[in-house]
Design a binder for this molecule. Structure first.
Ligand SMILES: *Cc1c(COP(=O)(O)O)cnc(C)c1O
Length: 369
């Protein structure tokens, strides 16, 4: 009996779902991106590695050769620091009122998003008589984080604002990288080039996952892919070039026969048009299985589609298995996998694969390969 089997035997109740996470596929995806990108390639592991578990994902990426990690918040950086003591760890949301001393003590890189943050980091560097390393984010069209036009002009006129700061990378972020041929790609590339021209020379960081697939015009010294590492298709509309990472199986708790005309689930939003068999699966919206999938989702059994019928409820969802004789209590439906791809699930739920992954709940039994 392996350790995980022993743990499973000791689990008091059977989980409603199994989440398989293929760390080898994450490493394979990182290597694939590194081959495609002219510059270095980091790994974005914010939001607990897009919900898949930073504690396991970060060491797997490090073993594959990843030396640059990106998170959103300081606490996420502190959590992974012990796993990768020598790697660069950058914090997208910047200093943001956080304790500067913690950044310095743990060797973390803030992404400086405003002149105010630059002033704080610069003061800390001058006080320590050091040049403290950081990334500088220049907004090129997202209007979310990063120096805006006026702030950039101020900095362009006064490079002394960078005293005490070691500019590791100047970065910007693409608005619509996953949309092939979108005009914003070139506009942003031009704005980014113009910004770099008025700043002291520094390496650049540009592409996210989809940006890597836009070609060499979007290559930089350091790409910042997240989604593609986790198997989300960086080229929507085309075949997914990435390896499949996450597989979610839902357990059938009960199967019942209902007559034509009978309804299923809250508010009776689905009614059988023929004598039907309904399978109830132990996965609901509290597990991150979107309620928006009600009457729209589709699981798979033996690679054949099984429609989700009725409302998704908190702990359960219901499927029409009339056409699948083999399904009984204890059977497993593929909720995310090679057939129920993340793209497909996301599309049915009216969202993207990012939101599906980062919503996956804590009640699944997680198995890492
Ligand atoms: C989340 C994020 C990324 C990663 O984007 P993906 O589309 O997941 O590859 C890169 N850069 C910034 C600034 C981000 O916030």
């Amino acid at each position: 009996m392996s350790a995980s089997e022993a743990d499973r035997a000791a689990t008091p109740s059977e989980p409603g779902g199994f989440l398989d996470i293929d760390l080898g596929a994450i490493a394979g995806n990182w290597r694939r991106l590194r081959q495609l990108h002219r510059g270095a390639v980091g790994g974005v592991v914010k939001a607990d590695a897009y919900g898949l578990g930073a504690a396991r994902v970060v060491p797997a990426l490090a073993a594959a050769g990843c030396r640059h990690f990106f998170v959103a918040q300081l606490d996420e950086a502190l959590a992974i620091r012990p796993l990768v003591p020598k790697a660069a760890i950058a914090v997208f949301n910047g200093l943001h009122g956080a304790d500067i001393e913690l950044f310095v003590r743990h060797g973390l890189l803030p992404v400086l998003n405003t002149l105010g943050e630059m002033a704080a980091w610069s003061a800390a560097g001058r006080w320590a008589e050091l040049r403290l390393p950081a990334l500088l984010h220049v907004d090129s069209g997202m209007a979310r984080l990063g120096l805006d036009r006026r702030e950039l002009a101020t900095l362009a006129d006064d490079h002394s604002l960078l005293d005490g700061i070691e500019l590791r990378y100047v970065m910007t972020h693409l608005v619509s990288a996953e949309v092939a041929g979108d005009p914003t790609h070139r506009e942003q590339a031009a704005r980014f080039a113009a910004a770099r021209a008025v700043l002291p020379p520094a390496p650049a960081s540009f592409a996210n996952s989809s940006g890597i697939f836009l070609g060499d015009g979007f290559a930089s010294d350091l790409a910042r892919p997240g989604a593609a590492l986790y198997g989300i298709n960086p080229t929507p509309g085309l075949d997914n070039p990435m390896l499949h990472v996450a597989a979610l199986r839902g357990r059938v708790l009960q199967v019942r026969d209902i007559a034509a005309g009978e309804a299923v689930g809250y508010n009776a939003t689905w009614r059988a048009t023929r004598p039907s068999r309904i399978a109830t699966v132990g996965v609901g919206y509290a597990d991150g299985w979107p309620r928006a999938l009600s009457n729209r989702g589709c699981a798979f059994f033996d690679a054949a589609p099984v429609p989700l019928v009725g409302r998704v409820s908190m702990d359960l969802s219901t499927y029409d298995v009339t056409d699948h004789a083999g399904i009984d209590a204890g059977a497993w439906l593929e909720l995310i996998g090679p057939n129920a791809t993340l793209d497909r699930v996301a599309e049915a739920a009216g969202t993207n694969g990012y939101e599906i992954l980062t919503s996956l709940g804590t009640r699944y039994e997680r198995v890492y390969r």
